[in-house]
Design a protein. Structure first.
Lengths: 209, 397
Protein backbone atom coordinates (compact mmCIF):
# COMPACT_ATOMS: atom_id res chain seq x y z
CA UNK A 1 0.00 0.00 0.00
CA UNK A 2 1.19 3.51 -0.73
CA UNK A 3 2.15 6.03 1.96
CA UNK A 4 -0.86 6.77 4.18
CA UNK A 5 -2.80 9.96 3.49
CA UNK A 6 -1.66 12.47 6.08
CA UNK A 7 -4.39 14.52 7.73
CA UNK A 8 -3.47 17.42 9.99
CA UNK A 9 -5.98 18.09 12.77
CA UNK A 10 -6.27 21.25 14.81
CA UNK A 11 -5.50 20.16 18.37
CA UNK A 12 -8.31 20.42 20.87
CA UNK A 13 -12.00 20.47 20.14
CA UNK A 14 -11.77 20.15 16.35
CA UNK A 15 -9.45 17.17 16.84
CA UNK A 16 -12.00 15.43 19.11
CA UNK A 17 -14.88 16.18 16.75
CA UNK A 18 -12.90 14.89 13.76
CA UNK A 19 -11.89 11.72 15.58
CA UNK A 20 -15.57 11.26 16.47
CA UNK A 21 -16.44 11.63 12.80
CA UNK A 22 -13.76 9.13 11.70
CA UNK A 23 -15.06 6.64 14.27
CA UNK A 24 -18.57 7.16 12.97
CA UNK A 25 -17.21 6.14 9.56
CA UNK A 26 -16.07 2.92 11.20
CA UNK A 27 -12.34 3.59 11.50
CA UNK A 28 -10.38 2.48 14.54
CA UNK A 29 -8.93 5.61 16.15
CA UNK A 30 -7.56 3.93 19.29
CA UNK A 31 -4.05 5.18 18.59
CA UNK A 32 -5.29 8.77 18.37
CA UNK A 33 -7.40 8.50 21.51
CA UNK A 34 -4.48 7.02 23.46
CA UNK A 35 -1.90 9.26 21.91
CA UNK A 36 0.21 10.20 24.94
CA UNK A 37 2.62 12.81 23.69
CA UNK A 38 2.93 11.50 20.16
CA UNK A 39 2.09 13.94 17.38
CA UNK A 40 1.82 11.59 14.40
CA UNK A 41 -0.65 8.75 14.86
CA UNK A 42 -1.89 6.01 12.57
CA UNK A 43 -5.49 5.19 11.69
CA UNK A 44 -4.44 1.99 9.93
CA UNK A 45 -7.75 0.74 8.56
CA UNK A 46 -8.33 4.07 6.80
CA UNK A 47 -4.73 4.20 5.52
CA UNK A 48 -4.60 7.53 7.30
CA UNK A 49 -1.99 9.19 9.43
CA UNK A 50 -3.24 11.87 11.78
CA UNK A 51 -0.91 14.78 12.54
CA UNK A 52 -1.79 16.99 15.52
CA UNK A 53 -0.93 20.65 15.12
CA UNK A 54 -1.93 24.18 16.03
CA UNK A 55 -4.53 25.72 13.76
CA UNK A 56 -2.17 27.99 11.79
CA UNK A 57 0.28 25.14 11.36
CA UNK A 58 -2.41 22.89 9.88
CA UNK A 59 -2.64 25.35 6.99
CA UNK A 60 1.13 25.63 6.67
CA UNK A 61 1.59 21.85 6.53
CA UNK A 62 -1.20 21.42 4.00
CA UNK A 63 0.00 24.30 1.82
CA UNK A 64 3.45 22.74 1.61
CA UNK A 65 1.98 19.34 0.84
CA UNK A 66 3.67 17.57 3.76
CA UNK A 67 0.12 16.89 4.94
CA UNK A 68 -2.40 15.99 2.24
CA UNK A 69 -5.50 17.14 4.11
CA UNK A 70 -6.38 19.13 7.17
CA UNK A 71 -9.19 20.07 9.49
CA UNK A 72 -9.13 23.70 10.53
CA UNK A 73 -11.58 26.43 11.50
CA UNK A 74 -12.82 28.98 8.98
CA UNK A 75 -11.49 31.63 11.40
CA UNK A 76 -7.92 30.47 10.78
CA UNK A 77 -8.51 30.20 7.03
CA UNK A 78 -9.86 33.76 6.89
CA UNK A 79 -6.91 35.10 8.86
CA UNK A 80 -4.15 33.13 7.14
CA UNK A 81 -5.38 32.77 3.55
CA UNK A 82 -3.08 30.54 1.51
CA UNK A 83 -3.32 28.19 -1.41
CA UNK A 84 -5.29 25.01 -0.85
CA UNK A 85 -8.69 23.54 -1.65
CA UNK A 86 -11.44 24.14 0.89
CA UNK A 87 -13.55 21.09 0.21
CA UNK A 88 -16.10 20.43 2.93
CA UNK A 89 -17.89 22.40 5.63
CA UNK A 90 -17.75 19.85 8.43
CA UNK A 91 -20.49 21.64 10.35
CA UNK A 92 -18.92 21.30 13.79
CA UNK A 93 -16.95 23.97 15.65
CA UNK A 94 -19.66 26.51 14.83
CA UNK A 95 -19.29 30.07 16.10
CA UNK A 96 -18.87 33.50 14.49
CA UNK A 97 -16.62 36.49 14.11
CA UNK A 98 -18.29 39.55 15.54
CA UNK A 99 -17.63 43.20 16.25
CA UNK A 100 -18.26 44.06 19.87
CA UNK A 101 -18.07 47.25 21.91
CA UNK A 102 -18.85 48.41 25.41
CA UNK A 103 -22.60 48.22 25.97
CA UNK A 104 -24.35 51.25 24.52
CA UNK A 105 -21.23 52.65 22.83
CA UNK A 106 -21.95 54.48 19.54
CA UNK A 107 -19.27 52.83 17.44
CA UNK A 108 -20.23 54.32 14.09
CA UNK A 109 -20.83 57.79 15.50
CA UNK A 110 -18.45 60.75 15.05
CA UNK A 111 -15.65 61.18 12.54
CA UNK A 112 -12.70 60.04 14.63
CA UNK A 113 -10.78 56.96 13.47
CA UNK A 114 -11.81 53.97 15.52
CA UNK A 115 -9.34 51.65 17.18
CA UNK A 116 -9.94 47.91 16.99
CA UNK A 117 -8.26 45.33 19.21
CA UNK A 118 -8.14 41.81 17.81
CA UNK A 119 -6.28 38.56 17.51
CA UNK A 120 -7.29 38.55 13.84
CA UNK A 121 -5.83 41.68 12.20
CA UNK A 122 -6.38 40.46 8.62
CA UNK A 123 -10.03 39.59 9.21
CA UNK A 124 -10.56 42.96 10.90
CA UNK A 125 -8.76 44.94 8.21
CA UNK A 126 -10.71 43.20 5.46
CA UNK A 127 -14.04 43.77 7.23
CA UNK A 128 -13.51 47.51 7.61
CA UNK A 129 -11.90 47.87 4.17
CA UNK A 130 -15.13 46.60 2.65
CA UNK A 131 -16.98 49.35 4.51
CA UNK A 132 -14.44 51.87 3.22
CA UNK A 133 -13.56 52.66 6.80
CA UNK A 134 -10.08 53.53 8.00
CA UNK A 135 -9.40 51.96 11.36
CA UNK A 136 -6.41 51.53 13.59
CA UNK A 137 -5.89 47.87 14.35
CA UNK A 138 -4.00 46.69 17.41
CA UNK A 139 -3.02 43.05 17.74
CA UNK A 140 -3.74 41.54 21.12
CA UNK A 141 -2.63 38.02 22.04
CA UNK A 142 -4.75 37.16 25.06
CA UNK A 143 -8.22 38.22 26.23
CA UNK A 144 -9.21 40.84 23.69
CA UNK A 145 -12.19 41.89 25.85
CA UNK A 146 -9.77 43.77 28.06
CA UNK A 147 -8.84 46.32 25.41
CA UNK A 148 -12.11 48.31 25.35
CA UNK A 149 -12.41 48.02 29.14
CA UNK A 150 -8.95 49.52 29.53
CA UNK A 151 -9.88 52.08 26.87
CA UNK A 152 -7.13 51.02 24.51
CA UNK A 153 -9.71 50.30 21.78
CA UNK A 154 -13.20 51.36 20.72
CA UNK A 155 -14.17 47.83 19.74
CA UNK A 156 -12.97 44.31 19.24
CA UNK A 157 -13.27 41.78 16.43
CA UNK A 158 -13.22 38.34 17.94
CA UNK A 159 -14.69 34.85 17.91
CA UNK A 160 -18.01 34.70 19.72
CA UNK A 161 -19.60 31.42 20.74
CA UNK A 162 -22.18 32.06 23.46
CA UNK A 163 -21.40 35.67 24.21
CA UNK A 164 -21.14 34.99 27.94
CA UNK A 165 -17.63 36.42 28.31
CA UNK A 166 -18.71 39.58 26.53
CA UNK A 167 -21.79 39.96 28.70
CA UNK A 168 -19.94 39.45 31.96
CA UNK A 169 -17.52 42.19 30.97
CA UNK A 170 -20.15 44.68 29.92
CA UNK A 171 -19.60 44.27 26.19
CA UNK A 172 -22.11 43.50 23.44
CA UNK A 173 -22.03 42.35 19.83
CA UNK A 174 -23.00 45.18 17.51
CA UNK A 175 -22.42 43.41 14.21
CA UNK A 176 -21.69 39.92 12.91
CA UNK A 177 -18.58 39.71 10.74
CA UNK A 178 -18.70 36.14 9.43
CA UNK A 179 -19.93 32.68 10.43
CA UNK A 180 -17.30 30.09 11.36
CA UNK A 181 -17.18 26.31 11.27
CA UNK A 182 -14.60 23.58 10.76
CA UNK A 183 -13.45 22.96 7.19
CA UNK A 184 -11.81 20.01 5.51
CA UNK A 185 -8.99 21.34 3.34
CA UNK A 186 -6.65 19.58 0.92
CA UNK A 187 -3.31 20.30 -0.70
CA UNK A 188 -3.84 21.19 -4.36
CA UNK A 189 -1.40 18.60 -5.65
CA UNK A 190 -2.38 15.80 -3.25
CA UNK A 191 -6.02 16.02 -4.34
CA UNK A 192 -4.89 15.35 -7.90
CA UNK A 193 -2.16 12.80 -7.25
CA UNK A 194 -4.28 10.77 -4.80
CA UNK A 195 -7.68 11.61 -6.15
CA UNK A 196 -9.35 8.21 -5.72
CA UNK A 197 -8.42 7.78 -2.05
CA UNK A 198 -9.23 11.34 -1.06
CA UNK A 199 -12.53 11.38 -2.94
CA UNK A 200 -13.56 8.12 -1.33
CA UNK A 201 -12.88 9.55 2.12
CA UNK A 202 -14.70 12.79 1.34
CA UNK A 203 -17.75 10.94 0.07
CA UNK A 204 -17.85 8.90 3.27
CA UNK A 205 -17.51 12.05 5.36
CA UNK A 206 -20.22 13.91 3.47
CA UNK A 207 -22.62 11.00 3.87
CA UNK A 208 -22.07 11.02 7.62
CA UNK A 209 -22.28 14.72 8.41
CA UNK B 1 21.60 50.51 13.43
CA UNK B 2 21.66 46.78 12.89
CA UNK B 3 24.07 45.41 10.41
CA UNK B 4 22.88 42.74 7.98
CA UNK B 5 26.23 42.11 6.36
CA UNK B 6 26.41 38.38 7.12
CA UNK B 7 23.02 37.14 5.89
CA UNK B 8 20.95 37.22 2.69
CA UNK B 9 17.47 38.83 2.46
CA UNK B 10 14.50 36.66 3.33
CA UNK B 11 13.36 34.49 0.45
CA UNK B 12 16.84 34.27 -1.08
CA UNK B 13 19.78 31.94 -0.54
CA UNK B 14 23.30 31.13 -1.63
CA UNK B 15 23.76 27.94 -3.60
CA UNK B 16 26.99 26.02 -3.09
CA UNK B 17 28.77 23.30 -5.04
CA UNK B 18 26.44 20.29 -5.37
CA UNK B 19 23.42 22.60 -5.26
CA UNK B 20 24.82 24.46 -8.26
CA UNK B 21 25.36 21.21 -10.10
CA UNK B 22 21.72 20.25 -9.53
CA UNK B 23 20.49 23.65 -10.72
CA UNK B 24 22.64 23.69 -13.85
CA UNK B 25 21.70 20.10 -14.67
CA UNK B 26 18.01 20.93 -14.53
CA UNK B 27 18.51 24.14 -16.51
CA UNK B 28 20.65 22.45 -19.14
CA UNK B 29 18.19 19.58 -19.53
CA UNK B 30 15.27 21.93 -20.04
CA UNK B 31 17.03 24.48 -22.25
CA UNK B 32 18.62 21.68 -24.26
CA UNK B 33 15.23 20.12 -24.78
CA UNK B 34 13.63 23.41 -25.84
CA UNK B 35 16.45 24.15 -28.27
CA UNK B 36 16.31 20.64 -29.74
CA UNK B 37 12.67 21.39 -30.60
CA UNK B 38 13.61 24.56 -32.44
CA UNK B 39 13.07 27.18 -29.73
CA UNK B 40 15.50 30.11 -29.64
CA UNK B 41 16.66 31.55 -26.35
CA UNK B 42 15.92 35.08 -25.17
CA UNK B 43 17.27 36.94 -22.17
CA UNK B 44 15.33 39.99 -20.99
CA UNK B 45 16.48 42.55 -18.40
CA UNK B 46 16.03 41.87 -14.71
CA UNK B 47 14.71 45.42 -14.39
CA UNK B 48 11.66 46.54 -16.34
CA UNK B 49 9.35 49.51 -16.21
CA UNK B 50 6.39 48.87 -13.91
CA UNK B 51 4.08 49.70 -16.83
CA UNK B 52 5.01 46.43 -18.59
CA UNK B 53 3.27 44.51 -15.81
CA UNK B 54 0.39 46.92 -15.31
CA UNK B 55 -1.81 46.05 -18.30
CA UNK B 56 -5.51 45.25 -18.26
CA UNK B 57 -5.21 41.53 -18.70
CA UNK B 58 -2.25 40.93 -16.43
CA UNK B 59 -2.44 40.10 -12.81
CA UNK B 60 0.55 41.25 -10.82
CA UNK B 61 -0.68 42.84 -7.60
CA UNK B 62 1.61 45.75 -6.83
CA UNK B 63 2.19 44.55 -3.30
CA UNK B 64 3.97 41.47 -4.65
CA UNK B 65 6.48 43.35 -6.81
CA UNK B 66 9.98 44.48 -5.92
CA UNK B 67 9.98 48.12 -6.92
CA UNK B 68 12.64 50.75 -7.35
CA UNK B 69 13.09 53.92 -9.37
CA UNK B 70 15.53 54.83 -12.12
CA UNK B 71 17.61 58.00 -12.13
CA UNK B 72 14.68 59.93 -13.66
CA UNK B 73 12.33 58.84 -10.87
CA UNK B 74 10.40 56.40 -13.05
CA UNK B 75 9.00 53.29 -11.40
CA UNK B 76 10.89 50.08 -12.14
CA UNK B 77 10.23 46.53 -10.99
CA UNK B 78 12.39 43.47 -10.66
CA UNK B 79 10.89 41.23 -13.37
CA UNK B 80 8.09 39.17 -11.69
CA UNK B 81 7.47 37.07 -14.81
CA UNK B 82 9.06 36.38 -18.19
CA UNK B 83 6.00 36.17 -20.40
CA UNK B 84 5.15 39.89 -20.23
CA UNK B 85 8.67 41.06 -21.17
CA UNK B 86 8.75 38.54 -24.01
CA UNK B 87 5.36 39.81 -25.21
CA UNK B 88 6.87 43.31 -25.14
CA UNK B 89 9.82 42.21 -27.30
CA UNK B 90 7.57 40.32 -29.72
CA UNK B 91 5.38 43.39 -30.19
CA UNK B 92 8.39 45.59 -30.86
CA UNK B 93 11.64 44.13 -32.20
CA UNK B 94 10.07 40.91 -33.47
CA UNK B 95 7.00 42.48 -35.02
CA UNK B 96 8.08 41.59 -38.54
CA UNK B 97 9.53 38.16 -37.74
CA UNK B 98 8.22 35.11 -39.58
CA UNK B 99 5.51 33.32 -37.59
CA UNK B 100 5.22 31.11 -35.71
CA UNK B 101 7.97 32.31 -33.39
CA UNK B 102 9.38 29.74 -31.01
CA UNK B 103 11.08 31.34 -28.03
CA UNK B 104 12.54 29.96 -24.83
CA UNK B 105 14.10 31.40 -21.70
CA UNK B 106 15.75 30.43 -18.44
CA UNK B 107 15.89 33.32 -16.02
CA UNK B 108 15.07 34.52 -12.55
CA UNK B 109 11.84 36.19 -11.54
CA UNK B 110 11.21 38.11 -8.34
CA UNK B 111 8.06 38.31 -6.25
CA UNK B 112 7.59 39.17 -2.62
CA UNK B 113 6.20 36.15 -0.85
CA UNK B 114 4.73 36.27 2.65
CA UNK B 115 7.51 36.11 5.23
CA UNK B 116 8.31 32.94 7.17
CA UNK B 117 6.43 30.66 4.81
CA UNK B 118 9.40 28.82 3.38
CA UNK B 119 8.96 30.34 -0.07
CA UNK B 120 11.55 31.92 -2.36
CA UNK B 121 11.29 35.48 -3.58
CA UNK B 122 13.83 34.71 -6.29
CA UNK B 123 12.82 31.86 -8.57
CA UNK B 124 14.39 30.48 -11.73
CA UNK B 125 11.87 29.79 -14.45
CA UNK B 126 12.66 27.92 -17.63
CA UNK B 127 9.98 28.03 -20.25
CA UNK B 128 8.77 28.44 -23.81
CA UNK B 129 6.47 30.76 -25.69
CA UNK B 130 5.02 29.72 -29.04
CA UNK B 131 3.77 32.82 -30.79
CA UNK B 132 1.62 33.26 -33.87
CA UNK B 133 -0.45 30.09 -34.07
CA UNK B 134 -4.00 29.55 -32.96
CA UNK B 135 -4.09 25.98 -34.23
CA UNK B 136 -4.81 22.94 -32.12
CA UNK B 137 -1.47 21.53 -33.21
CA UNK B 138 0.25 24.48 -31.47
CA UNK B 139 -1.48 23.59 -28.20
CA UNK B 140 -0.37 20.02 -28.70
CA UNK B 141 3.20 21.10 -29.47
CA UNK B 142 3.33 22.98 -26.16
CA UNK B 143 1.78 20.08 -24.24
CA UNK B 144 4.19 17.67 -25.83
CA UNK B 145 7.13 19.93 -24.88
CA UNK B 146 5.77 20.08 -21.32
CA UNK B 147 5.46 16.29 -21.20
CA UNK B 148 9.02 15.86 -22.47
CA UNK B 149 10.28 18.43 -19.94
CA UNK B 150 8.73 16.52 -17.05
CA UNK B 151 9.89 13.22 -18.50
CA UNK B 152 13.45 14.53 -18.73
CA UNK B 153 13.48 15.01 -14.96
CA UNK B 154 13.08 11.26 -14.48
CA UNK B 155 10.49 11.41 -11.71
CA UNK B 156 6.83 10.34 -11.57
CA UNK B 157 4.75 13.24 -12.87
CA UNK B 158 1.33 14.24 -13.90
CA UNK B 159 0.34 16.89 -16.41
CA UNK B 160 -3.09 18.41 -16.07
CA UNK B 161 -4.99 20.21 -18.78
CA UNK B 162 -8.01 22.48 -18.60
CA UNK B 163 -9.73 25.18 -20.61
CA UNK B 164 -10.64 28.56 -19.19
CA UNK B 165 -13.18 29.03 -22.01
CA UNK B 166 -15.57 26.56 -20.39
CA UNK B 167 -15.85 28.59 -17.20
CA UNK B 168 -15.99 31.87 -19.11
CA UNK B 169 -18.80 30.61 -21.37
CA UNK B 170 -20.82 29.27 -18.43
CA UNK B 171 -20.48 32.34 -16.25
CA UNK B 172 -21.16 34.54 -19.29
CA UNK B 173 -24.67 33.08 -19.41
CA UNK B 174 -25.46 34.45 -15.97
CA UNK B 175 -26.83 37.94 -15.69
CA UNK B 176 -24.55 39.01 -12.84
CA UNK B 177 -21.97 41.72 -12.18
CA UNK B 178 -18.25 41.26 -12.80
CA UNK B 179 -17.75 41.38 -9.07
CA UNK B 180 -20.08 38.39 -8.65
CA UNK B 181 -18.33 36.56 -11.49
CA UNK B 182 -15.04 37.03 -9.69
CA UNK B 183 -16.55 35.66 -6.47
CA UNK B 184 -17.77 32.58 -8.34
CA UNK B 185 -14.37 32.17 -9.96
CA UNK B 186 -12.43 32.32 -6.72
CA UNK B 187 -14.69 29.72 -5.11
CA UNK B 188 -14.29 27.40 -8.06
CA UNK B 189 -10.53 27.91 -8.00
CA UNK B 190 -10.30 26.92 -4.33
CA UNK B 191 -12.82 24.08 -4.84
CA UNK B 192 -14.78 25.63 -2.00
CA UNK B 193 -17.96 23.65 -2.60
CA UNK B 194 -20.01 24.86 0.39
CA UNK B 195 -19.39 28.55 -0.34
CA UNK B 196 -19.84 28.07 -4.09
CA UNK B 197 -23.19 26.33 -3.60
CA UNK B 198 -24.47 29.03 -1.26
CA UNK B 199 -23.38 31.76 -3.65
CA UNK B 200 -24.93 30.12 -6.72
CA UNK B 201 -28.16 29.31 -4.86
CA UNK B 202 -28.48 33.01 -4.09
CA UNK B 203 -28.32 33.78 -7.82
CA UNK B 204 -30.94 31.32 -8.97
CA UNK B 205 -31.25 27.84 -10.39
CA UNK B 206 -31.14 26.04 -13.70
CA UNK B 207 -28.73 24.02 -15.81
CA UNK B 208 -26.00 26.71 -15.91
CA UNK B 209 -26.03 27.05 -12.12
CA UNK B 210 -25.90 23.26 -11.76
CA UNK B 211 -22.98 23.01 -14.18
CA UNK B 212 -21.02 25.73 -12.33
CA UNK B 213 -21.64 23.93 -9.03
CA UNK B 214 -20.13 20.75 -10.43
CA UNK B 215 -17.27 22.41 -12.33
CA UNK B 216 -14.67 22.16 -9.52
CA UNK B 217 -15.45 18.45 -9.15
CA UNK B 218 -14.77 17.78 -12.81
CA UNK B 219 -11.20 16.59 -12.60
CA UNK B 220 -9.49 13.25 -13.14
CA UNK B 221 -9.10 11.06 -16.22
CA UNK B 222 -11.06 10.79 -19.45
CA UNK B 223 -14.30 10.00 -17.57
CA UNK B 224 -14.43 13.73 -16.75
CA UNK B 225 -15.50 14.48 -20.32
CA UNK B 226 -18.47 12.13 -20.08
CA UNK B 227 -19.54 13.71 -16.81
CA UNK B 228 -19.20 17.16 -18.35
CA UNK B 229 -21.26 16.20 -21.38
CA UNK B 230 -24.09 15.03 -19.15
CA UNK B 231 -24.07 18.37 -17.38
CA UNK B 232 -23.55 20.83 -20.17
CA UNK B 233 -25.76 20.97 -23.25
CA UNK B 234 -24.51 24.13 -24.85
CA UNK B 235 -23.17 23.77 -28.39
CA UNK B 236 -20.25 26.15 -28.05
CA UNK B 237 -19.12 24.58 -24.78
CA UNK B 238 -19.59 21.04 -26.11
CA UNK B 239 -17.38 22.06 -28.99
CA UNK B 240 -14.66 23.24 -26.55
CA UNK B 241 -15.00 20.00 -24.61
CA UNK B 242 -14.63 17.90 -27.74
CA UNK B 243 -11.51 19.82 -28.70
CA UNK B 244 -10.03 19.40 -25.24
CA UNK B 245 -10.85 15.71 -25.27
CA UNK B 246 -8.99 15.23 -28.54
CA UNK B 247 -6.01 17.07 -27.07
CA UNK B 248 -6.28 14.92 -23.96
CA UNK B 249 -6.16 11.71 -26.00
CA UNK B 250 -3.22 12.83 -28.08
CA UNK B 251 -1.39 14.04 -24.98
CA UNK B 252 -1.95 10.70 -23.24
CA UNK B 253 -0.52 8.90 -26.25
CA UNK B 254 2.51 11.20 -26.40
CA UNK B 255 3.03 10.80 -22.68
CA UNK B 256 3.03 7.01 -22.63
CA UNK B 257 3.48 5.26 -19.30
CA UNK B 258 6.16 7.50 -17.70
CA UNK B 259 3.59 9.93 -16.45
CA UNK B 260 -0.07 10.63 -16.33
CA UNK B 261 -2.27 13.11 -18.19
CA UNK B 262 -5.25 14.39 -16.24
CA UNK B 263 -7.89 17.01 -16.80
CA UNK B 264 -9.41 19.60 -14.47
CA UNK B 265 -12.23 21.75 -15.83
CA UNK B 266 -12.17 23.71 -12.60
CA UNK B 267 -8.75 25.36 -13.08
CA UNK B 268 -9.69 29.00 -13.33
CA UNK B 269 -6.64 31.14 -12.59
CA UNK B 270 -7.11 34.65 -11.38
CA UNK B 271 -4.89 36.06 -14.06
CA UNK B 272 -7.05 37.06 -16.96
CA UNK B 273 -4.31 36.55 -19.42
CA UNK B 274 -5.19 32.97 -20.22
CA UNK B 275 -7.80 32.67 -22.94
CA UNK B 276 -7.94 28.96 -23.73
CA UNK B 277 -5.92 25.90 -22.81
CA UNK B 278 -4.38 25.81 -19.33
CA UNK B 279 -1.71 23.31 -18.25
CA UNK B 280 -0.19 22.44 -14.90
CA UNK B 281 2.51 19.91 -14.10
CA UNK B 282 2.97 18.11 -10.81
CA UNK B 283 5.74 15.96 -9.35
CA UNK B 284 5.10 13.44 -6.61
CA UNK B 285 6.30 14.86 -3.32
CA UNK B 286 5.95 18.56 -4.09
CA UNK B 287 2.97 20.46 -2.71
CA UNK B 288 2.62 22.96 -5.54
CA UNK B 289 2.64 22.78 -9.31
CA UNK B 290 6.13 22.72 -10.84
CA UNK B 291 4.98 23.69 -14.32
CA UNK B 292 2.24 26.03 -15.40
CA UNK B 293 1.11 27.73 -18.55
CA UNK B 294 -1.57 28.08 -21.15
CA UNK B 295 -2.87 30.03 -24.10
CA UNK B 296 -2.92 33.82 -23.97
CA UNK B 297 -4.23 35.11 -27.29
CA UNK B 298 -5.03 38.66 -26.16
CA UNK B 299 -1.94 39.55 -24.16
CA UNK B 300 0.47 40.64 -26.87
CA UNK B 301 -2.21 42.85 -28.45
CA UNK B 302 -2.01 44.99 -25.33
CA UNK B 303 1.48 45.89 -26.49
CA UNK B 304 0.04 46.82 -29.88
CA UNK B 305 0.55 43.61 -31.90
CA UNK B 306 -2.43 41.30 -32.18
CA UNK B 307 -0.98 37.81 -32.30
CA UNK B 308 -1.99 34.60 -30.46
CA UNK B 309 0.41 32.77 -28.17
CA UNK B 310 0.74 29.74 -25.92
CA UNK B 311 3.50 28.72 -23.52
CA UNK B 312 4.53 27.43 -20.12
CA UNK B 313 7.19 27.89 -17.45
CA UNK B 314 8.88 25.34 -15.22
CA UNK B 315 9.76 26.33 -11.65
CA UNK B 316 13.38 25.19 -11.48
CA UNK B 317 13.66 25.86 -7.71
CA UNK B 318 10.75 23.52 -7.04
CA UNK B 319 12.43 20.75 -9.00
CA UNK B 320 15.68 21.29 -7.08
CA UNK B 321 13.71 20.82 -3.87
CA UNK B 322 12.21 17.55 -5.06
CA UNK B 323 15.64 16.30 -6.14
CA UNK B 324 17.19 17.33 -2.81
CA UNK B 325 14.42 15.49 -0.94
CA UNK B 326 14.75 12.34 -3.00
CA UNK B 327 18.46 11.74 -2.50
CA UNK B 328 21.91 13.06 -1.88
CA UNK B 329 23.43 15.98 -3.68
CA UNK B 330 25.87 14.98 -6.41
CA UNK B 331 29.55 14.87 -5.50
CA UNK B 332 31.61 17.78 -6.64
CA UNK B 333 34.13 16.44 -9.14
CA UNK B 334 37.65 16.52 -7.63
CA UNK B 335 40.71 17.41 -9.63
CA UNK B 336 42.47 14.55 -11.45
CA UNK B 337 45.90 15.98 -10.70
CA UNK B 338 47.73 18.81 -9.02
CA UNK B 339 50.90 20.20 -10.63
CA UNK B 340 53.73 21.37 -8.34
CA UNK B 341 56.53 23.60 -9.60
CA UNK B 342 60.03 23.40 -8.12
CA UNK B 343 61.43 26.93 -7.61
CA UNK B 344 62.24 28.47 -10.97
CA UNK B 345 59.98 26.11 -12.98
CA UNK B 346 56.66 27.94 -12.37
CA UNK B 347 56.04 28.98 -15.98
CA UNK B 348 56.76 25.46 -17.24
CA UNK B 349 54.42 24.01 -14.60
CA UNK B 350 51.54 26.24 -15.74
CA UNK B 351 52.16 25.11 -19.33
CA UNK B 352 52.28 21.45 -18.26
CA UNK B 353 48.97 21.85 -16.46
CA UNK B 354 47.45 23.46 -19.55
CA UNK B 355 48.57 20.51 -21.70
CA UNK B 356 47.01 18.05 -19.25
CA UNK B 357 43.74 20.00 -19.28
CA UNK B 358 43.75 19.82 -23.06
CA UNK B 359 43.52 16.03 -22.60
CA UNK B 360 40.26 16.55 -20.74
CA UNK B 361 41.57 16.31 -17.17
CA UNK B 362 40.74 18.62 -14.29
CA UNK B 363 44.14 19.94 -13.22
CA UNK B 364 45.06 22.36 -10.43
CA UNK B 365 48.31 24.22 -10.03
CA UNK B 366 49.71 23.74 -6.53
CA UNK B 367 49.78 26.93 -4.49
CA UNK B 368 52.28 25.84 -1.81
CA UNK B 369 55.97 26.41 -1.23
CA UNK B 370 57.02 22.81 -0.62
CA UNK B 371 56.15 19.41 -1.99
CA UNK B 372 55.08 17.97 1.40
CA UNK B 373 52.32 20.53 1.73
CA UNK B 374 51.16 19.70 -1.80
CA UNK B 375 51.03 15.97 -0.94
CA UNK B 376 49.06 16.70 2.19
CA UNK B 377 46.65 18.89 0.23
CA UNK B 378 46.21 16.19 -2.43
CA UNK B 379 45.45 13.62 0.29
CA UNK B 380 42.85 15.84 1.91
CA UNK B 381 41.20 16.74 -1.36
CA UNK B 382 41.43 13.12 -2.63
CA UNK B 383 43.35 14.20 -5.73
CA UNK B 384 44.91 10.98 -7.06
CA UNK B 385 48.02 12.42 -8.69
CA UNK B 386 50.74 14.97 -7.93
CA UNK B 387 52.81 16.07 -10.94
CA UNK B 388 56.19 17.62 -10.08
CA UNK B 389 57.82 19.90 -12.64
CA UNK B 390 61.51 20.38 -11.84
CA UNK B 391 63.00 21.40 -15.19
CA UNK B 392 64.41 17.95 -15.99
CA UNK B 393 61.31 16.57 -17.63
CA UNK B 394 58.33 15.41 -15.63
CA UNK B 395 58.22 13.39 -12.48
CA UNK B 396 54.84 12.00 -11.50
CA UNK B 397 53.58 10.45 -8.32
Amino acid sequence: MSRPIRMALTKGRLEKDTVGLLEKLGFDCTAVREKGRKLILPVPDANLEVVLAKANDVITYVEHGVCDMGVVGKDTIMEMNGKFYELVDLGFGRCKFALATKKGYDFYGGYGIKTIATKYPNVSRHFFEKKGMDTEIIKIEGSVELAPLLELADGIVDIVETGTTLKENGLEVIEDVAPISARLIANTVSLKMRQAEIERLINMIEENL
Amino acid sequence: MRNYDLITPEGTKDLLFGECIVRRNVENKLLGLFKSRGYSEMITPGLEFFDVFNLNSSYFPQENLYKLTDTKGRLLVMRPDSTMPIARVVATRLKDAVLPLKLCYDQKVYRTEPALKGRSDEIVQAGIELIGSQLRIADLEVISTAVDSLKALGMPFSLEIGHIGIFKALVGKLDVSDHMKEKIRSRIETKNFPALNDLLDSIGSGPVIDALKKLPALFGGEEVFEKAEELIHDDSITCLLDELREIYRDAAEICGSDGEITVDLGIVNKTDYYTGLIIKGYLQGHGEEVLSGGRYDKLISEFGYDVPAVGFAVNVNAIEKVIAKSGELPNIPTADAVVYAEPGCEAEAFKTARDLRAQGLIVENALFEDLDSVREYAMERKIPKVVVVDGSGKEEE
